[in-house]
Design a binder for this molecule. Structure first.
Ligand code: UD1
Length: 425
């Protein structure tokens, strides 16, 4: 039975909502537990299906994974596997982040090649370039990447690509470099907070890393790592989504756990759009009234505006005063949500890697299907600014990365109801 969300015009939103742990930090941090034989405990792990897929992957690789609420305990020790199968990699591209740890720990790895996905071709050349620089020999056999190399040797590697740095490429080279002989220097490294969090976990495990959060990361290899306890940072994309919901529906919402230093570009654009954002102790407060102003946004690697909030920003701009241009500089094909938003009466024209959005007073409720994870949140937001009822299907995408989003919006006053197909009117 598939679920759907029924959404009615909502707002103003009022109250406090807290942000879960960051999915994109949890995934490579869980994979990093492959680097040691000792148990690790990770706290503030979001209960989303991508995390469950990573847990399943790690179990196949000989790690015992158990959850107690938001705490995951990972105990390596079973028969260590080194093969990441197609059925899991095809379900979640981020499975590629087991490649660096497996190679570093066992000197070999076989990871099914992740294909493209709806947001574009998504190559992995930078991951491979980085690992090859450390001495790995990588071939493609029957659709699998087969990497060998023992010991890995530290090297200087430049990880800039046509669209800037690579987040998981940086994670893979970092997790390989921590056990390599000698010093690894990653230039044009991703500066995302999730990379800083991964470095914090690796450091707690005994790795020697400097420069995380800057474009140059220096790693001094160590012979072995120990288990560690680590708390995942709050999810800046979930925080940004909740802030945009408040900006769209109006009202006053305190987003507990949202960190201003992770959300600079988002705070800047939402303020320009007319929302008032204040930094409180451990939280951000969003106050908004009336329609937002149109603003132009370009997605960029951190600290730029995140591509993972582009779709939600487009929903906000769909009801703004004026015309805005949203430009993708990370995933130029990431516009699957335009067609769905247009079904709801939005006026959006795609021009290459940009979308020109003419703000409307209201949208009109419709049946829409979420084409990908972040687009699913955008459609929920759009439904809150639409007359009549909006019905969102394709919720498997939402559940990959958002934990109980609709329930948390509902507690703030949004009118959202989850029904299973059989119960739907
Ligand atoms: C991560 C995030 C994803 C986010 C993305 C960009 C996780 C689990 N996922 O994905 O939510 O949208 O960062 O912030 O953390 N590229 C190459 N060659 C490569 C690798 C990437 O050309 O080897 C390109 C990509 O096609 C894209 C850009 O670089 O245009 C950024 O991709 P990347 O940072 O690697 O994304 P992910 O790490 O896969």
């Amino acid at each position: 039975m598939t679920d759907k969300l029924l959404i009615s015009a909502s707002g103003p939103l009022r109250g406090t909502v807290s942000v879960n742990g960051a999915k994109n930090a949890a995934l490579p941090i869980m994979a990093a537990c492959l680097l040691t034989d000792e148990p690790s405990v990770i706290e503030n792990v979001p209960q989303v299906t991508d995390v469950l897929t990573m847990a399943e992957m790690l179990r196949r690789l000989g790690v015992e994974v158990s959850f107690a609420g938001d705490r995951a305990t990972l105990r390596p020790g079973g028969t260590p596997g080194t093969e990441a199968p197609y059925e899991l990699v095809s379900r979640m591209r981020a499975s590629i982040c087991v490649l660096g740890p497996l190679l570093a720990k066992h000197g070999r790895a076989r990871v099914s090649m992740p294909g493209g996905c709806v947001i574009g071709a998504r190559p992995i050349d930078l991951h491979l370039k980085g690992l090859q620089a450390l001495g790995a020999r990588i071939t493609v056999e029957h659709g699998d990447l087969v990497a060998r190399g023992s010991p890995l040797r530290g090297a200087r590697v430049h990880l800039g690509g046509a669209f800037g740095s690579s987040v998981l490429g940086t994670a893979n080279v970092m997790t390989a470099g921590v056990l390599a002989e000698g010093v690894t220097v990653i230039e044009h490294a991703a500066c995302e907070p999730e990379i800083v969090d991964l470095a914090a976990m690796l450091s707690a495990m005994g790795a020697r890393i400097e420069g995380q959060g800057s474009p140059v990361i220096r790693i001094e290899g160590v012979p072995r790592l120990r288990g560690a306890r680590h708390r995942i940072i709050p999810d800046r994309i979930e925080a940004g989504t909740l802030m945009m919901a408040a900006a769209l529906a109006g009202g006053e919402v305190r987003v507990e756990g949202a960190r201003a230093e992770h959300l600079g570009a988002v705070i800047d654009k939402l303020s320009e759009a007319g929302a008032q954002i204040s930094k409180l102790n451990g939280a951000l407060r969003v106050q908004a009234k009336g329609r937002p102003q149109a603003v132009d946004v370009t997605t960029l690697p951190f600290p730029g505006f995140p591509t993972d909030l582009q779709a939600q920003m487009m929903a906000l701009m769909a009801v703004s005063r004026g015309v805005s241009v949203l430009t993708e500089q990370v995933y130029p094909e990431r516009f699957m949500h335009i067609a769905e938003l247009c079904r709801m009466g939005a006026s959006i024209a795609r021009e290459g890697a940009s979308a020109v959005v003419k703000g409307m007073t209201r949208l009109s409720g419709a049946r829409v299907t979420a084409p990908d994870l972040r687009a699913s949140a955008a459609l929920i937001l759009a439904g809150m600014a639409a007359d009549n009822q909006t019905e969102v299907t394709g919720l498997e995408h939402l559940e990959r990365g958002y934990q109980g989003l609709e329930g948390r919006l509902t507690r703030l006053g949004a009118k959202i109801r989850r029904v299973s197909d059989a119960a739907a009117p």
